[in-house]
Design a protein around this ligand. Structure first.
Ligand code: ATP
Length: 362
């Protein structure tokens, strides 16, 4: 099922007299191809859940349209949309067994008991909890409860699966495992799925398409790696990546990009004040490096070794963040007790943003 959002807008009136209205979702235009896993990503309050609620029919838009394939469902009742919904709190019925929980939507649809049981078993198998059917929710781990909630959403054979922060109640290890599971289930069923999260790593790792939002406005849509490599603006560049991108105040003068008094790269961008973003993996340490261009000198604070990589944690007077992180190969030998290091820069890991608009200009 293809989903199209056209000029979708949701304005909440101020709650008290004199309080300003909130444009929770502002003129959103997206086309979600059939069978894809799409992540709505952004910080708290950017309008992700409101978008999901409008897709589900639990919230009605102020203006704009929602199409499922060619059908306009903007005003269609929630139960007629063929939606499976999974929330962060699993919302299972505590007095029912796993099987009864999964079958519940089918009982409501008056589907015959035999067929209901068979479909519940299929859904349980899909999320790999077929051995737990006779347990009650309080006899399950958080990850297992979330699987039951997913099975309950899938048993209806929905056209669209909507997941609202489904992993945030799980501990770190289960979160990793369950996100892989969601990817597998989505691939196996081919159901168009919209997944809401504020966790960029989660979105980057499982989504086919990512929609990055800020204050109700879509900032960028695309494949995760494409957005990481080619962000539209400072917000998007900053939001994606662990460790995050390093941002410096800089300028372009006479065809050169400056951070402090070092000319780090040549450019054809016109003279202006800029923010320079350099990804942590954009630094190369070369001992005995005598070159004077494409170089940035950092004040080394300490070095962390993390498996395959080494992270040099430094400072720089032009950095907008307390520390600057450079990821280099852990085999590279750094001089002991160096307080300053010169790093060569990988040009494709260096981005420029206009200092006022914060739009990307290189
Ligand atoms: P979170 O990750 O914290 O859930 P979100 O990105 O899902 O955030 P929404 O819940 O969609 O954000 O909220 C978007 C904006 O709309 C916020 O500013 C929020 O305060 C506001 N908002 C949401 N629901 C209502 C409501 N019923 N009445 C008034 N304002 C609302």
């Amino acid at each position: 099922m293809k989903i199209t959002l056209q000029n979708l807008t949701k304005i909440f009136p101020g709650r008290k007299k004199g309080e300003k209205e909130v444009r929770a979702v502002d003129d959103m235009n997206i086309e979600i191809p059939s069978g894809k896993l799409v992540g709505l990503l952004g910080p708290s309050g950017c309008g992700k859940s409101t978008t999901l609620f409008m897709l589900s029919g639990l919230e009605s838009p102020t203006s704009g349209k929602i199409l499922f394939d060619e059908q306009d469902v903007t005003t269609l009742a929630a139960e007629k949309r063929g939606i499976g919904l999974v929330f962060q709190n699993y919302a299972l019925y505590p007095h029912m067994t796993v099987e009864q929980n999964i079958r519940f939507p089918l009982d409501n649809m008056r589907i015959k008991k035999d067929e209901g049981n068979a479909r519940a078993l299929d859904a349980a198998r899909l999320v790999q909890i077929e051995d737990l059917l006779q347990r009650k929710p309080n006899e399950l781990s958080g990850g297992q409860q979330q699987r039951v909630a997913i099975a309950r959403a899938l048993v209806k054979m929905p056209n669209v699966l909507l997941l609202d922060e489904p992993l945030s109640n799980l501990d770190a290890r289960l979160r990793l495992q369950t996100r892989e599971e969601i990817k597998r289930i989505q691939r196996e069923t081919g159901i168009t799925t919209v997944f809401v999260t504020h966790d960029q790593e989660e979105a980057m790792s499982i989504c086919d398409i990512m929609v990055v939002m800020k204050l109700g406005i879509v900032q960028q849509i695309g494949e995760p790696q494409g957005i990481y490599d080619d962000p539209n603006n400072l917000f998007v560049a900053n939001f994606l990546g662990t460790p995050p991108i390093n941002i410096f105040k800089g300028k372009v003068e006479g065809g050169k990009i400056y951070i402090g008094d070092e000319a780090i790269l040549e450019t054809d961008v016109a003279d202006q004040e800029v923010y320079v973003g350099i990804r942590p993996e954009g630094f190369i340490y070369e001992p005995n490096n005598r070159i004077r261009t494409n170089v940035l000198t950092l004040n080394v604070d300490h070095v962390e070794v993390m498996g395959r990589d080494k992270s040099v944690v430094s400072t720089h007077e032009s950095s907008t963040k307390p520390t600057v992180r450079c990821i280099i190969d852990s085999d590279v030998a750094l001089p002991k007790d160096a307080d300053k290091l010169r790093f060569k820069l990988k040009p494709n890991k260096v981005f420029l943003f206009n200092a006022e608009t914060e739009e990307r200009i290189r």
